[in-house]
Structure formats: C-alpha cells, structure tokens
Design a protein around this ligand. Structure first.
Ligand code: SAM
Length: 203
C-alpha cells in the first residue's frame, strides 16, 4: 500500500469503522487495565495514522506515543489530538527501525491497528525488533491482522509469521475484530481481521 499517496488523496477507509470494532478493542484493553487505576503506563501506537486509536488510549488513562512516517497522517493526528483535548505525543519515524532516541522506552502496551499485516517478512522482523527493544518485560502487544493477500492493497499475514517475528512473545488471545469498511469496499474486500494479543515471555 502506498500510504503517502492514500493520505494525499484522502483515501483512508480504515478510519470509518464502527462502535462494534471499538468494543472489541476495549475488551482487550481491559485485560491490561483491570486491577489497576489510571495512569496505566506508557503505550506505543504503531502506525498511528490520524491518531484515532491512540487518542482512545489516552482518554482511558494511557500515556501515549503515536508513530507514523506519513506527514499528512501526522498533521491530521495533531488536529484530532487538539480537538480531543488529550495528551498524546506524535513522532515521525519508520516503525521497522525504531530506537529509544525516536520514541523513548518502557512501553507496557503496544498497539498496531493495520501496519504489521502489510509488511514483508524483513519489515515484520524489523518492527518486532523495535518492539522488543522498547517494551517492558511484562508488556502486551495487540495487533490487528488481515489474514488474506489482496493485491495490490494488502499483503496479509499468517499466525506463523506473527509467531516467527515475535519469537520471545506468546499469543494469548485471537479474537474477531468486527472491523468494517465503508460500502462498497466492505462487499468487495470482505474484511476478516482478527486481534492478536501477545504477552512477553512465558504466560
Ligand atoms: C491501515 S493504516 C492504520 C492507521 C491507524 N492505525 C488507524 O487504525 O487508523 C496503517 C498506517 O501505518 C503507517 N505505516 C505503514 N508503514 C509504516 C512504517 N514503516 N513506519 C511508520 N508508519 C507506517 C501508514 O502510514 C498508515 O498510517
């Protein structure tokens, strides 16, 4: 996917999903929030786009940093953050090669809604290495993954690829996301995205 071009022409249908999708994400987040009060710790929103889900994390009490490499996406993100009246740091960087200098470290939660599943194997491994370096020992990763390849839009990713990239992590949950696209894309592409929740080390 050419992300820069998509944002330049205003094609970002992934931003138009609905409440059912948000509820499925909220139910996963609750697993890392229960038995604690906010603030919950540092969260990294990978491929944050226009910061939609990072803002939701910030509203819930996470200290959020969002990363994307497209100017236009971050510009829209900054506007949304301001309108929402929350604190969220936005950083321009490549998520396949993040360093502490780019975004800091000590992230308890890493969220990716739609970036990893478009990467080739080398990029997947680069992103996982970045996450390994920046996450706490008890961190959780939540990935939204599209399973099928749809040329030229989405590469798609398998469970085996997730396990291979995130070798030091265990998949604890795989759940439907109820992600929907605006019509007619919903009919044509038939999204079947699932959430993968991973915890570091043995669980
Ligand atoms: C499907 S969009 C999802 C955006 C946002 N997470 C959302 O759900 O609204 C994927 C995002 O990943 C970003 N992205 C893709 N590859 C990237 C990379 N290597 N480094 C940083 N951002 C990347 C794109 O610019 C795009 O904003």
């Amino acid at each position: 996917m050419n992300w820069k071009f998509s944002y330049a022409i205003g094609f970002h249908p992934w931003e138009e999903t609905d409440q059912e999708f948000f509820q499925s994400l909220a139910s996963l987040l609750e697993r890392d929030e229960q038995d604690r009060g906010p603030p919950y710790g540092r969260a990294l929103d990978i491929g944050t786009g226009s910061a939609i889900w990072g803002i939701e994390l910030a509203k819930r009490g996470w200290e959020v940093t969002g990363v994307d490499f497209v100017d236009k996406a971050l510009e829209r993100g900054r506007e949304r953050v301001k309108a929402a009246g929350v604190e969220m740091k936005l950083v321009q960087a490549d998520v396949t090669r993040l360093s502490e200098r780019d975004v800091g470290s000590g992230f308890r939660l890493i969220l990716d809604t739609g970036t990893f599943h478009d990467f080739d194997v080398e990029q997947q491994q680069g992103m996982a290495r970045s996450v390994d370096a920046l996450a706490t020992e008890d961190a959780t990763v939540i990935l939204l993954c599209w399973p099928r390849r749809i040329r030229p839009l989405i590469r798609g990713v398998s469970r085996q690829e997730i396990e291979s990239a995130f070798a030091g992590w265990q998949i604890t949950d795989v759940e439907p996301s109820f992600f929907k696209l605006p019509l007619p894309l919903e009919w044509v592409l038939r999204p079947d995205e699932h959430w993968y929740r991973l915890r570091r080390g043995r669980v």
